[in-house]
Design a protein around this ligand. Structure first.
Ligand code: DX5
Ligand code: ZN
Length: 217
């Protein structure tokens, strides 16, 4: 049975309080943390890298950390991120020549593998790698910034994957919150990233619970 999991993105949190913000999300019921890593090259924005992730891990021992690698050379950061204590390394396949090699190296370093596609990338491009990965991420905004509008047309990809792969972990990321969660749940996503909607919520715990309950029907 597939579990519904909510992984808040800390991108739009107060990053001067990264530890406190992260711990608060976990206390409020987050199932995992989605850490958005950007290199200013694959996407037109910069966030943080493995040194910060390592500091966060030193204070939060037991939470599941997923890094969403929006970078041009994902192979370059596998070892440092594994060393920083990352549990799942999710990378975009678009800039990568040999996706199989990257998947293998991630596993060799003890992490789970996530493969991600941008809105403009066909689902068939990522379907090839399902057998060698643990999760597929269907982006529901152009990667680079939090707080953008959810792209409902991406649900076609989620529906297709769910129909063909009943046990696949399918994650959605971008513009997901209480007003768009039904759409994601109906399409069959089970791993839900939510940034602004959770961070800015008056009541984080009930927002997280509402989304999990909607997905876990
Ligand atoms: C976008 C990031 C997302 C995003 C989520 O590039 O990958 O994780 O920040 O934030 P919201 O939910 O605000 O779109
Ligand atoms: Zn993300």
């Amino acid at each position: 049975n597939l579990k519904a999991l909510i992984g808040p993105s800390i991108l739009n949190a107060d990053l001067s309080q990264l530890y406190e913000e992260s711990q608060k999300l976990l206390n409020n019921g987050a199932d995992y943390l989605h850490l958005d890593v950007m290199d200013g090259h694959f996407v037109p924005n910069l966030t943080f890298g493995h040194p910060i992730v390592k500091c966060l891990r030193s204070k939060i021992k037991d939470a599941f950390f997923e890094t969403h690698m929006m970078v041009s050379k994902p192979e370059q950061w596998i070892v440092p991120m594994a060393d920083a204590g990352v549990n799942q390394y999710t990378f975009h396949i678009e800039p990568v020549n040999n996706v199989e090699d990257v998947c293998r190296k991630i596993k060799e370093n003890g992490m789970k593998v996530g493969v991600a596609i941008k809105p403009g990338t066909d689902v068939a491009e990522v379907e090839k790698y399902i057998s060698i990965s643990d999760m597929v991420l269907i982006m529901t905004v152009e990667p680079g910034f939090g707080g953008q509008k959810f792209m409902a047309d991406q649900m076609e990809k989620v529906k297709y994957l769910r129909e063909h792969y009943p046990l696949l972990n399918i994650e959605v990321d971008g513009g997901v919150g209480p007003s768009t969660i039904n759409c994601c749940a109906d399409a069959g996503a089970n791993m839900i990233v939510s940034g602004t909607a959770v961070i800015k919520a008056q009541d984080q715990a009930s927002t997280i619970k509402l989304m999990r309950d909607t997905v876990q029907q």
